[in-house]
Design a protein. Structure first.
Length: 368
């Protein structure tokens, strides 16, 4: 049993890493070639860093993908979402062609990309060069007190680019740290004050910083030392960072059931299972495989466990399941989960790893 469970855990960890690195998420979109032809198809949606380095494209859903690097095409866009253009950018390593996210197009246009050194915002004005808006924060000792000092070079650059609109100077001076929201709003107002002929185009649709989903469920539990199936209920809460990843989630919540966690001897010195109320709080990571209708998911972590008369710290757990889309943000959910005694504790205290319980759950999953 010990070897078997270790193999299961190792396989799950390997599956997580492979999925995180290799899983594609193709969404409707188009590319613009260097000959200004627009090809409609499907774009591989990935994180900010990957999106600035390459574009995966398929002309049809079942067609093999092609990968374009900056300079191979002029631009690509995911329908009703991000728009990227290929531009040469001055970096610490020299000039480099990159796909920049086009935030807003107007008299002053704003672009964005992210790399392993952080976030970068750039600006250009019609007929002018593309320039990065520098920003950094550094620690300094002032009067023997450590303080964080924020750079202000971006303020001077914004004033220079918008020198024909002094009405915005006070607002620019109050812009302590560049971000999507304040730069898009500033560029939009600048365009409206300078240009009365055409409206600017805002491409960026800023996603919320934190995503939340709730999942009430009915749970059918089997316990190693119990007899039969125990029915419980619970609600899971799922949190993720939409601006960073729509695949990796943190899962918690509360589950309640009756069940049997362990055995003890009765007066006749026989081993018997004691049924009791069991409270579980999941503390887990979850990986969601992208899909239009059906989305497989995998979870791994621990369940904090307590009962009315017996304190049990936690069990390790792993599971898999499916989300099936019903309407907009509403899904039907189902899955299976296994709990076992913690591997680390078994190695430290030299006791056997045992399967504690298996559970089957069905519920509704809603993204807010």
């Amino acid at each position: 049993m010990k070897i078997y469970l270790r193999l299961i855990v190792a396989s799950l960890i390997l599956a997580f890493s492979i999925l995180a690195d290799a899983q594609s998420d193709f969404r409707r979109g188009y590319i613009i070639t260097n000959d200004d032809d627009t090809l409609v198809g499907f774009i591989d949606f990935r994180g900010y860093t990957s999106n600035s380095q390459k574009c995966g494209f398929k002309p049809a859903e079942n067609a093999p993908p092609s990968v374009f690097k900056p300079g191979d095409i002029k631009a690509y866009r995911i329908m009703d979402d991000k728009y990227y253009v290929s531009r040469p950018v001055e970096t610490e390593e020299g000039q480099k062609e990159m796909f920049l996210e086009y935030l807003i197009k107007g008299e002053a246009s704003i672009y964005y990309y992210r790399d392993n050194k952080g976030e970068h915002y750039l600006i250009d004005k019609r007929g002018g060069p593309l320039t990065e808006l520098p920003y950094h924060k550094e620690e300094a000792i002032i009067d023997e007190v450590p303080r964080f000092l924020e750079s202000t070079k971006h303020i001077g650059l914004l004033k220079a680019y918008m020198s024909d609109c002094p009405a915005l100077f006070n607002r620019i001076e109050s812009l302590k740290k560049p971000d999507h929201d304040n730069l898009i709003a500033l560029a939009k107002d600048y365009h409206q004050l300078i240009c009365n002929d055409n409206s600017c185009i805002v491409y960026s649709k800023r996603k919320p910083a934190l995503g939340v989903a709730a999942e009430p469920a009915v749970i059918f539990n089997w316990f190693r030392y119990g007899t039969g199936i125990y029915t419980g209920t619970g609600i899971s809460l799922h949190f993720w960072l939409p601006r960073s990843s729509e695949r990796l989630y943190f899962r918690t919540g509360y589950m309640y059931t009756r069940g049997v966690l362990y055995q003890r001897r009765n007066d006749e010195m026989e081993w018997i299972g004691i049924e009791r109320s069991i409270h579980r709080i999941p503390v887990q990571f979850e990986y969601l495989v992208p899909g239009r209708v059906v989305q497989p998911r995998f979870n791994y972590g621990i369940n904090l466990i307590g009962t009315d008369d017996y304190d049990k710290a936690f069990d390790q757990t792993a599971g898999a399941g499916l989300l099936v889309k019903v309407y907009n943000q509403l899904y039907i959910s189902g899955g299976v989960e296994a709990d076992w005694t913690p591997i680390l504790l078994s190695l430290m205290m030299d006791f056997d790893i045992e399967l504690v319980s298996l559970s089957l759950n069905f519920g509704l999953y809603y993204r807010f």
